[in-house]
Structure formats: structure tokens, C-alpha cells
Design a protein around this ligand. Structure first.
Ligand code: NDP
Length: 451
């Protein structure tokens, strides 16, 4: 509580009381409120009109049963969630996560972060998030399809291209979006392309959406490195995860001349001093859906695998770290190791991958730190571009879409930097992102009355 302005402490206490036990949500709120002391000093009407309390309370939370039948004919039950957090700037927008750890607190933290992230893009999208405690690992294609169909049988009534537009997240990629879209279309008898993003190109997807989050984070980190008079060229980079965000981060870092020497999954991490072979990684992860250890077996000399029980990826010395797996994967200890080994910049591809202790350590050590709500906004920004293409029944080239993405990331970087300057904390991207995102949402809500 000490790091929170005293005027904001009663608000945080009330958020704790109403959301007890939702640790990730409370962590995310705490981080934003830490930045808002300077804002309420300048704009007291945010306090008078209870805008912070309102922003911390989701507009709507939907929790539902997802029954489905597995390949053995047995009935399985999962729990589905959709948190429609804030629609001040546009329809609710945010991904669906399928992972056994999913609970209401995790979806609320993601929806809360998403609200500010979407505001930072400057595009007309509100914030939402959803998912299920379903574990897709080891499930057949038929099981995945039946699960997605059952989920959408309930969720469809809450969605719509002007209402709520989900996309992918952990465990949800083009295949799952396709199955959910097909079921939505059957139930509504409408080809409503803009109701989901991350679709295949064949039915309204956008070029560069698959690449967007990883590419976007790389553009952001490059902009940050340029403020230090340097670039990715020749830098050693560590990227955690090996899913959608990680793979396309690796691709863009390599295109910018950086050398990615390690990546991971939940079983452990691989180190490849020759640089990660991206074709091999894509084959293992996108085509065969295998564990990361397979990479070493096929790559041979120069690469080795360390299981999760024997260490963490942050032990690998690097210049730039790009955590791209999941929340709280980079602790104070991991940060201390990275700092000791000379890291100069960290860009969060995942949502809230760094713990508060890690962020503090980076900032105190003068390491440039890009928070996820700014650095990984390229994915949702390109989803908004997909919605634009759907609305105009158009399809843009890869180059055109990537050019828009690159500009959006540059603008987000500059917005965070200038906001941090304006509020007396130059170089503090966390403060800049939190304040710029918050002010855009709060201003819109204020103009719409007590909503
Ligand atoms: P994927 O499912 O494609 O990949 C997730 C990766 O992270 C996998 O390598 C997975 O390993 C690893 N991982 C997941 N959970 C854990 C865990 N508990 N411990 C260790 N490793 C874990 O997801 P994405 O790449 O899409 O998402 C990664 C992160 O980026 C998430 O935080 C997500 O919210 C965020 N994000 C994603 C966006 C997108 O466009 N996809 C947009 C913005 C943010 P394993 O296979 O072993 O589980």
C-alpha cells in the first residue's frame, strides 16, 4: 500500500474487499493505481466522479457450463468465462484463453489490462477477455472442435461485431477461432465476419494478424533501444515461450539482426548458441505440436535442453529479454540474474509476465522496461484492423498491414514516453502506459455520464 497515493488507498482497499482471493486481478489493479497518484493531483474530478472505482469494476461478468463428449464417449465439464470489462471506447475486445489455470481472477486481470492496452492503440475498441479451464494439450482435433462448439453455443448470445469481439490467447489459435466462428454462424444464421478476429484468411482474417503481437513487441523494443542510441543488431536475445507471441518475436528480432539464443515452454528451455532455427521451431510447435525438448533432439550439436526443475530461462546471459509465455514468469530473482548478466532492455510480449519485484529491480537498475499493456498491443491493434477490413469487405496486403502495425507501435511508444515526461518521470514506460491508457478511458466515460 505504501507506494500508493494516500487519496487512492481507500479505493484499493475496497477493490481488495470486493475481489478477495483474485490475486492476479489485485496485482494488476495495484500496478495501475501506483501510477495514478500524479493524475489525480492534476485532475481531481477523476476522484470526485468515482471514475477509478468505476474502471476497476467490470461492466459484466459471464460464467457458464461447457459440457462436451470426449473421444471415449465420456461427458466432460469445463467452466467458461467472459468478462466484458469496459465499453467506453468501443465494443468489448480481447482474447479467449484455454488453459487449466484459468479462473475468474485471471480473466479479470486480463480484461482490466486489455482495457488500457486497447485505449493505448488509439483505435475504437473497449476491453474484454474470456476463456476456459479446458486443457487442450493431448486432445484430438475432434475433441477440440466439440469443445469449441459447446462453448460457443452458450457464448454466442453475448457476442456481436458491435457488442463483443473475442480473439485468441494462450491455447487458442486459428484452428479454435475457426471452430468457434463456424458454430456462431450456424446459431445466428449470419456471416458476421467481424464477430471474431484471428480468423483464417479464407473467411475474413487479416494478413499479419498471426505475426502481429510478436512483431509489435519487437518494434516497441527497437524504438526503446533507439532512444539509447542502439538497435537489435548483434544483440543476444532471450525469448520465453514458444507459442504464437514467442515465435513471431523471434522471427522479427532475427530480421532486425538480433540473435535469439533461447526459448522455452512449460517443460523447460532450450539454449542454441548458433541462434534458434526458426523453421525447425515452427515445425515442432505449429505443425507437430510437440514439446520443446524435441528441438534439441533434431537440431543436434550446439543446442541443449534444461528442464524446468533444473533452472529458468533467465539464467541465460543476454542483452535483451522478451518474456512471452505467461503471467508472473519473471520473478525478482530472475530479474536480479538478468541484471547481473548485463541485460539492457526488457519487452513484455506476455501479459504481466514480470512480478512487481522484477519491475522494481529493472527500474532501479536503469534497465529499459516496456510493460505488456503497451509492448504487446500490436496483436489487438491488428485485430482492430481485421475488423476494419471486415466492415469494408476489403483485404489488405501483408506490407500495408505491417506498415500500419509498425506505425501504431511507434505511436504507442511515443505516447508512453511523452506521457512519462509530462508527469515528471522520464523514461518510465510503466507510468506512461498506465496514465495514457487510463486518461483516454476515463475521459470517454466522463463524457458518457454515470455509466
Ligand atoms: P500460446 O498458447 O501460443 O503459447 C504460450 C506459450 O507459453 C507456450 O510456449 C506455453 O508452453 C507457454 N506457457 C503457457 N503457460 C505457461 C505456464 N504456466 N508456465 C510456463 N510456460 C507457459 O499463447 P500466446 O503466445 O498467444 O500467448 C502468450 C502470452 O502473450 C500470454 O500472456 C498472452 O496473454 C499474451 N498475449 C497474446 C496475444 C496474442 O495475440 N496471441 C496478444 C497479447 C498478449 P506450454 O505449451 O508448455 O504450455
Amino acid at each position: 500500500m505504501n507506494s500508493i497515493d494516500e487519496k487512492l488507498r481507500p479505493i484499493l482497499a475496497e477493490v481488495h474487499r470486493r475481489n478477495a482471493g483474485e490475486d492476479e486481478f489485485l496485482q494488476a489493479v495495484h500496478e495501475v493505481l501506483e501510477s495514478l497518484g500524479r493524475v489525480v493531483a492534476k485532475h481531481p474530478h477523476y476522484l470526485e466522479k468515482a471514475l477509478i472505482e468505476r474502471i476497476c469494476e467490470p461492466e459484466r461478468q459471464i460464467i457458464f457450463r461447457i459440457p462436451w463428449v470426449d473421444d471415449k464417449g465420456q461427458v466432460q465439464i469445463n467452466r467458461g468465462f467472459r468478462v466484458q470489462f469496459n465499453s467506453a471506447l468501443g465494443p468489448y475486445k480481447g482474447g479467449m484463453r484455454f488453459h487449466p489455470s484459468v479462473n475468474v481472477g485471471i480473466i479479470k486481470f486480463l480484461g482490466f489490462e486489455q482495457t488500457f492496452k486497447n485505449a493505448l492503440t488509439g483505435l475504437p475498441i473497449g476491453g474484454g477477455k474470456g476463456g476456459s479451464d479446458f486443457d487442450p494439450k493431448g486432445r484430438s482435433d475432434g475433441e477440440i472442435m466439440r469443445f469449441c462448439q459447446s462453448l460457443m453455443t452458450e457464448l454466442h448470445r453475448h457476442l456481436g461485431e458491435q457488442t463483443d469481439v473475442p480473439a485468441g490467447d494462450i491455447g487458442v489459435s486459428g484452428r479454435e477461432i475457426g471452430y468457434m466462428f463456424g458454430q456462431y454462424k450456424r446459431l445466428n444464421n449470419r456471416f458476421e465476419a467481424g464477430v471474431l478476429t484471428g480468423k483464417a484468411l479464407a473467411f475474413g482474417g487479416s494478413r499479419a494478424r498471426t505475426e502481429a503481437t510478436g512483431y509489435g513487441n519487437t518494434y516497441f523494443v527497437r524504438a526503446m533501444l533507439q532512444t539509447m542510441g542502439t538497435d537489435f543488431d548483434g544483440k543476444k536475445v532471450v525469448v520465453s515461450g514458444s507459442g504464437n507471441v514467442a515465435i513471431y518475436t523471434i522471427e522479427k528480432v532475427q530480421a532486425f539482426g538480433g540473435k535469439v539464443i533461447a526459448c522455452s515452454d512449460s517443460s523447460g528451455y532450450v539454449v542454441d548458441e548458433n541462434g534458434i532455427d526458426l523453421d525447425l521451431l515452427k515445425e515442432i510447435k505449429e505443425v507437430r505440436r510437440e514439446r520443446i525438448g524435441e528441438y534439441v533432439k533434431r537440431r543436434g550439436e550446439g543446442a541443449h535442453f534444461i528442464p524446468t526443475s533444473k533452472g529458468e530461462i533467465w539464467d541465460v546471459p543476454c542483452d535483451v529479454a522478451m518474456p512471452s509465455a505467461t503471467q508472473n514468469e519473471l520473478s525478482g530473482k530472475g530479474a536480479a540474474t538478468l541484471i547481473r548478466n548485463g541485460v539492457i532492455a526488457v519487452g513484455e510480449g506476455a501479459n504481466m509476465p514480470s512480478t512487481p519485484e522484477a519491475i522494481k529491480a529493472f527500474q532501479e537498475a536503469g534497465v529499459k522496461f516496456a510493460p505488456g499493456k503497451a509492448a504487446n498491443a500490436g496483436g489487438v491493434a491488428t485485430s482492430a484492423l481485421e475488423m476494419q477490413q471486415n466492415a469494408s469487405r476489403d483485404s489488405w496486403s501483408f506490407e500495408q498491414t505491417e506498415e500500419r502495425l509498425a506505425k501504431i507501435m511507434r505511436d504507442i511508444h511515443d505516447t508512453c514516453a511523452t506521457t512519462a515526461d509530462e508527469y515528471g518521470a522520464p523514461g518510465d514506460y510503466v507510468l506512461g502506459a498506465n496514465i495514457a491508457g487510463f486518461v483516454r478511458v476515463a475521459e470517454a466515460m466522463d463524457m458518457q455520464g454515470v455509466i
